[in-house]
Design a protein around this ligand. Structure first.
Ligand code: TXA
Ligand code: MG
Length: 336
């Protein structure tokens, strides 16, 4: 299949492809999404084929206006209204009981549907000109989510109808996912909207176990996406927990040819091995923004081992931690 590369002023062409049941990769403020008409089950099924995604992993439906949600869900609780008012448009996905018009391909057989209203202007225009859009991240299943159009081209060229070039994504990790289908609300995936912000808006929010820990054998994932290794580069990622000094001592002692370190700006003068910079040590938003691009760079350079700091779990740091620990297959070396 020949994939059309479209510019931001060619959204009308992208909308035509969506209306005909095709697949378009679109920019969003979090990561690029691979979109199809959410109410066209056959089109949505092609998303799973293009990504190599397991069919039991449900998709997020993207809307441009809050008013679009009412046809898609069976209930819209007061707390959902507060969250929409506070954080939409933006990087927050809400899970709610689904209405009957949601195709089984979108919800993967669950009784709920995930809804997000993105803030990216191109994504919103595409939705307005076509339909609510089902869209997972536009990467091949298992590889890091795409935060630049080059990443999308690498993974999806020849597999989908079109890609819209919207420049680089500004958040860099996927949206925060919260379910309101169970009480109290539960955070299933941390992202640009933090747990602290959610609690400030609606009170009690439970942090799902799977955000920080691997699922125990046989345990059901509240969010099917959490059971997959995910976010993985080819390199073996090893997280190091300990003081800055212990970190530097460890990585410098492990300076083999095929190893690199994913570091903070502050580390650079003390490193004796190749490095890729995540950002400033305290700037979690910058680290989130660069994480996936840096993991892809590690693979392009052919490193077999990548050492990294085990991130803090506050604010957007929780999102960085959640993605890193999965990239590392939950392997952390305690240096203390
Ligand atoms: O920022 C984002 O959310 C991006 C952009 C494109 O909007 N999309 C994205 O989609 O990250 P995806 O498919 O890569 O991740 C969706 C996550 C998965 O972990 C999936 O299991 C979960 O949301 N999910 C979707 N529907 C669900 C539902 N009904 N119940 C529980 N989890 C659900
Ligand atoms: Mg994804």
């Amino acid at each position: 299949m020949k994939t059309e590369l479209l510019q931001k002023n060619e959204v009308a062409r992208a909308a035509e492809i969506i209306r005909q049941g095709g697949l378009v990769a679109m920019p969003t403020e979090t990561v690029y999404g691979l979109a199809a008409d959410a109410l066209n089950g056959a089109a949505v099924a092609n998303i799973f084929r293009a990504k190599g995604r397991p069919m039991d992993n449900p998709l997020i439906v993207h809307i441009a206006e809050l008013s679009q949600i009412h046809a898609l869900v069976r209930e819209f609780p007061e707390k959902a209204g507060i969250l929409a008012e506070t954080f939409w448009p933006g990087p927050l996905t809400m899970i709610l009981p689904k209405s009957d018009i949601i195709p089984v391909e979108v919800s993967a057989g669950l009784d709920t549907v995930a809804i997000r209203c993105p803030s990216d202007a191109t994504a919103r225009e595409l939705i307005r000109l076509s339909a609510p859009l089902a869209a997972p991240s536009a990467n091949l299943s298992g590889s890091p989510s795409p935060t630049t159009v080059q990443h999308v081209i690498q993974d999806m060229n020849g597999r989908i109808d079109a890609i819209i070039d919207g420049g680089d994504c500004c958040v860099g990790v996927e949206s925060t996912v919260i379910t309101l289908a169970t009480q109290p609300p539960r955070l299933l995936r941390p992202g640009g909207i933090t747990l602290e912000q959610l609690r400030a808006a609606i009170g009690e929010v439970i942090l799902d176990e799977a955000v920080l820990h691997p699922l125990a054998n046989g345990q059901q994932a509240a969010s099917p996406g959490m059971k997959y290794k995910h976010y993985s580069p080819k390199a073996n990622v090893i997280l190091l927990q300990g003081t800055e000094e212990a970190f530097l001592r460890f990585v410098n002692a492990h300076a083999e040819d095929t190893a690199a370190v994913l570091c903070y700006e502050e580390d650079i003068p003390d490193l004796q091995l190749p490095y890729l910079v995540l950002g400033a040590a305290e700037d979690y938003a910058e680290q989130a923004n660069r994480l996936f691009a840096v993991l892809r760079q590690a693979d392009e350079k052919g490193y077999q081992t990548v050492y990294a700091h085990c991130p803090a779990t506050e604010g957007v740091g929780l999102a960085v931690y959640n993605r890193m620990i999965r990239a590392a297959g939950f392997e952390v070396i305690d240096l203390a």
